[in-house]
Design a protein around this ligand. Structure first.
Ligand SMILES: Cc1cc2nc3c(=O)[nH]c(=O)nc-3n(C[C@H](O)[C@H](O)[C@H](O)COP(=O)(O)OP(=O)(O)OC[C@H]3O[C@@H](n4cnc5c(N)ncnc54)[C@H](O)[C@@H]3O)c2cc1C
Length: 506
């Protein structure tokens, strides 16, 4: 049986940070990833990380402190204050600045900090060129420190020995079972459960969350389930980011998005962003978008409509349209509007979506960089043909909307060409918030509040009831908790010493 000091379940941001931190302490480390490559949801993310008191903030003349960050985090969803875990929030804000510094040491380049109220000062650090950079740089640092990776290895069970977790049972691509021992600890870094089966999700969630899948199909809550099997408990399992409408990610990433994530290239880009006029850089930066961006609900507030593949409207677009798209066949839709809306969505505050690199992306940006999802035609007939819906149904949907708009001055009509359809859009759970209950050392706790020996959890799998509202806190937690869990796990008393001690005692 292969034996390592620390076995990490999951090769996303948390897992790689945990592996690096444990290896730096001198531990032998194995990362098991069930997907064909490292990355997880981390590599699909927009790539913003929230932190206070960082180098970038200081260089921008921003005076900030984790205490202020701690207080501001409470302002995002004050109504959920009773579901929060304040000591984990404290850990997060206190250690997030070191996390940013460590990522920079590994070669990650950030731009910003960008503002996001109610943060009192700009705190969002946005990776350049895109979030795969986290994975590339961390994986390289891990290799330098001797970490072993195995992809297409799904951990299916935790092993137990002498009253503690002592390793894992994993299955490879061919379904062959492998037993792997962990002398010191197993760290669950296996992400969230947004794409778990109904039987698991329905234990925590209800309503639209059960009908809609997760963006990352590998986020099936394996770590949560295995932790529970060992006596652990999932907190805030009913909470999720979503359902939310998102444009499909580009089917084939642009040439620019396929550029390597080298530090030197990212630094050049950062210089160019600072020096070149925005009109030169914006199309270039939008070309880096590899992920699923969320159309702003403001489009519907202003009068855009949502149609299904049959050309029909199917809900009041201003009342949680994301809950209805999943019930259409196929489960996608198009956002339709005319030049009345198009004119509005060219400048702040009417953006189409947030976007990495540019902060807020307007219709112009989309027309330049996301031709795959922008359909623009002079007539409704041409538009219907372009998106493959019957003209009569589209005309009816538009007529119905225009009657409504005639009575409601907040709604723009759809009368003047060119006409637009943005999409397809689909509804997803972006990620779920339910993670295993942990202590301040990232040890998984059982229902009596006692640590389960040899078992640690971090990132989404070990979110522990912490609220991470606002942008940038999930990645901040993934990297920070992974790092701290890795350091702790490497210090765990090894199994052989422990069993020897126990044998002597008895
Ligand atoms: C579209 C999108 C945009 C986002 N943008 C941002 C953002 O800009 N800022 C921010 O803060 N947050 C963002 N998030 C959220 C953030 O990306 C996640 O919360 C974070 O990446 C979770 O990290 P993780 O390491 O816990 O999980 P992951 O990155 O998902 O890693 C878990 C890994 O474990 C693997 N795994 C699962 N089960 C097993 C098993 N049984 N055996 C072996 N391997 C297993 C998975 O395949 C996966 O690779 C975004 C999320 C999405 C979907």
């Amino acid at each position: 049986m292969a034996l390592y000091d620390v076995v990490v379940v999951g090769g996303g941001g948390t897992g790689l940070m945990a592996a690096l931190a444990a290896a730096k302490q001198g531990a032998t480390v194995l990362v098991l990833e069930k997907g064909p490559q490292l990355g997880g949801t981390t590599a699909m993310s927009v790539g913003t990380v929230a932190a206070s008191g960082t180098r970038l903030q200081r260089e921008s003349g921003i005076d900030d402190h984790p205490d202020a960050h701690f207080d501001d985090m409470a302002l995002f969803k004050p109504e959920q204050a009773n579901c929060d875990h304040l000591s984990l929030r404290r850990l997060l804000v206190d250690h997030a600045p070191e996390t940013i510094a460590l990522l920079e040491d590994c070669g990650v380049v950030f731009m910003g900090p960008l503002p996001e109220p109610p943060h009192r000062v700009p705190r969002l650090h946005a990776i350049i060129p895109h979030s795969r950079g986290f994975i590339d740089h961390l994986a390289r640092a891990c290799v330098t420190h001797g970490v072993t990776f195995k992809t297409q290895m799904q951990v299916v069970k935790l092993r137990e020995e002498a009253g503690r977790v002592s390793g894992v049972l994993a299955k490879d691509r061919q379904g062959m079972a492998h037993e792997i021992g962990a002398r010191r600890a197993v760290i669950l870094a296996s992400g969230d459960f947004s794409a778990a089966g109904l039987d698991y999700k329905s234990r925590f969630m209800s309503g639209a969350l059960l009908e809609i899948g997760g963006i990352n199909p590998l986020s099936t809550g394996d770590g949560q389930a295995m932790g529970e099997e060992m006596g652990g408990e999932v907190l805030n399992g009913d909470m999720a980011w979503g359902p939310e409408l998102r444009f499909l990610a580009p089917a084939t990433p642009s040439l620019i998005a396929r550029l390597p994530t080298w530090t030197v290239l990212a630094k050049l880009l950062l210089k160019a962003i600072r020096l070149c006029p925005a009109w030169i850089m914006r199309p270039f930066l939008m070309g880096f978008v590899t992920t699923f961006l969320a159309p702003s609900p403001n489009l519907f507030q202003k009068g855009a409509i949502l149609i299904n593949q049959q050309g029909h409207r199917f809900c009041d677009e201003r009342q949680r349209p994301q809950d209805h798209v999943g019930r259409q066949t196929p489960d996608t839709g198009f956002i339709v509007f005319g030049s009345e809306i198009a004119r509005l969505f060219q400048a702040w505050p009417n953006f189409i979506s947030t976007a990495p690199g540019v902060g807020y992306a307007y219709l112009n940006d989309y027309e330049g960089a996301r031709k795959d999802i922008v359909h623009r035609h002079q007539t409704l007939q041409a538009l219907a043909q372009s998106i493959g819906v019957p003209l009569t149904a589209l005309q009816q949907a538009v007529d119905q909307h225009n009657q409504q708009a005639a009575l409601d001055e907040t709604l723009q009509p759809i009368q003047q060409g060119p006409f637009y359809a943005l999409g397809p859009v689909k509804s997803w759970i972006v990620f779920s918030e339910g993670g295993l209950k942990i202590d301040a050392h990232f040890r998984v706790l059982d229902r009596q509040g006692q640590p389960i020996k040899g078992l640690y959890a971090a990132g989404s799998a070990g979110q522990g009831g912490l609220l991470l509202e606002g942008h940038g806190h999930h990645l901040a937690w993934a990297f920070t908790s992974g790092r701290l869990a890795g350091e702790q796990a490497a210090k765990e008393t090894p199994l052989d010493e422990r069993t020897t001690d126990q044998a002597i005692a008895s």
